[in-house]
Ligand binder design. Structure first.
Ligand code: HEM
Length: 401
């Protein structure tokens, strides 16, 4: 479904019409299948918490986004596409470093990293592309550090991730890209087994692979999930969120003038809700008949939960199409809901809080260096964002950190 011209932050208008007239309805997919599309917030929360919906991508009826995603899931199925208890067993192995307390301890290091990247931007020429200079390096450096993946290889995994989440990637190319990334991590894990360091992959290699609980390949597949999920989404939120704030100068002025942790954290939640960047729908398949909104989803049928629509549902949020940094948006479904709710959300929150709380304070005159109409939006990717964001500022730009 296309977004409306001139409204790059709003979900496709067809979703609003469905919410009003046919909130649980059949849609036709690329492969000729007819899964259900669910557009209302309350239905989405009810279904995402319902164990009768499965995330198992091997089941017939699972509504794959395209041939590329189907191939990728065949080559490297991760716990996102498993059900409990298998899902819970694997997820538990990697939960600890993403817990709020552990992530909060990283805040000072993330702050230093953000300040360093801003220093480098200010010292270089401008206009500059904020995606390359800032939005990609922040999450890439953070997740690389956590996992123990050398930043010198970031070009490789950014290119791979771009291929993997592009809607037009063919099955062959996606399967090959997933293999290449898994091979890379496999070699890295072998090295960590021989020379363990203080990072998550080393710890899992020693504690789970050496003990035979996970094979080296299984850990490599899990590592590829964390690497891609950990940088692609957050990078898009940084760039698209910055653009959305620049387009709302009055609210941005208040944010810029404030160091209030509460305002910064509500800004992050509201931008997550307003943008709901993982706009490919949560994908599931029914294990039993489920009655919802006067429809019956039969066992074996696919279900797509369009959370970008749920987060704009007027029955869940007042005036949902307005960006309002002061609203309490914490109940959004931008991180999903239920057992598969985003594992990395505490980390994403800290990164985004540090970014939005620092960037506009350090560069108060930050502005777009091109027209909004010239910005290339990621309409062809499963995670929404911008490919480039040329920005500039007036000199002298800022106070020191
Ligand atoms: C703003 C940034 C982020 C957004 C919007 C986001 C969004 C999501 C969403 C919507 C899901 C649910 C998938 C489903 O139900 O099918 C998810 C799951 C997941 N996310 Fe995130 N994510 C973000 C950042 C991160 C980070 C930093 C990590 C760190 C590694 C991460 C790791 C994961 C993992 C491992 C899962 C699978 C959880 C499971 O299946 O149990 N994400 N994310």
């Amino acid at each position: 479904m296309p977004r409306a011209a001139g409204c790059p932050f709003d979900p496709p208008p067809a979703l609003r019409a469905l919410r009003a007239q046919a909130p649980v309805t059949r849609v036709r997919l690329w492969d000729g299948s007819y899964p259900w599309l669910v557009t209302r917030y309350a239905d989405q929360r009810a279904l995402l918490a319902d164990p009768r919906l499965s995330s198992d991508s091997r089941l017939p009826g699972f509504p794959h986004e395209n041939a590329g995603m189907r191939a990728r899931r065949r080559v490297g199925r991760t716990f996102v596409n498993m059900d409990d208890p298998e899902h819970a067993r694997l997820r538990r192995m990697v939960t600890a470093p993403f817990m709020i307390k552990r992530v909060e301890a990283l805040r000072p290091a993330i702050q230093r990293l953000v300040d360093d990247l801003i220093d480098q931007m200010l010292a270089g020429p401008h206009p500059v592309d904020l995606v390359q200079a800032f939005a990609l390096p922040v999450p890439s450096l953070v997740i690389g550090h956590l996992l123990g993946v050398p930043y010198t290889d970031h070009g490789f995994f950014q290119r791979t991730s771009k291929v993997l989440i592009n809607r037009n990637t063919s099955a062959d190319v996606a399967g090959h890209a997933q293999e290449t990334l898994t091979d890379y991590l496999d070699r890295l894990i072998a090295d960590k087994l021989a020379h363990p360091a203080d990072d998550l992959l080393s710890r899992l290699a020693v504690e789970r692979v050496s003990t035979g609980e996970l094979s080296q390949r299984e850990l490599a597949v899990m590592g590829s999930l964390l690497l891609i999920a950990g940088h692609e989404t957050t990078a898009n939120m940084i760039a698209l969120g910055t653009l959305a704030l620049l387009q709302h100068p009055d609210q941005l002025a208040e944010l810029r003038a404030s160091t209030d942790r509460v305002l910064i954290s509500s800004t992050v939640e509201e931008l997550l809700r307003y943008l709901t960047i993982v706009h490919s729908g949560r994908r599931r398949v029914a294990l039993a008949d489920i009655e919802i909104d006067q429809q019956v989803i039969r066992a074996g049928e696919g279900v797509i939960l369009a959370t970008e629509s749920g987060d704009r549902d007027e029955q869940a949020f007042t005036d949902p199409d307005t960006l309002d940094l002061l609203r309490d948006a914490r109940a959004h479904v931008a991180f999903g809901f239920g057992v598969h709710q985003c594992l990395g959300q505490p980390l994403a929150r800290v990164e985004l809080q540090v970014v939005y709380g620092t960037l506009f304070r350090r560069i108060p005159t930050l502005r777009l260096a091109t027209d909004l109409t010239d910005i290339p939006f990621k309409n062809d990717a499963g995670v929404y964002g911008v490919y480039e964001l040329p920005v500039t500022w007036s000199t002298p730009p800022s106070e020191t950190p």
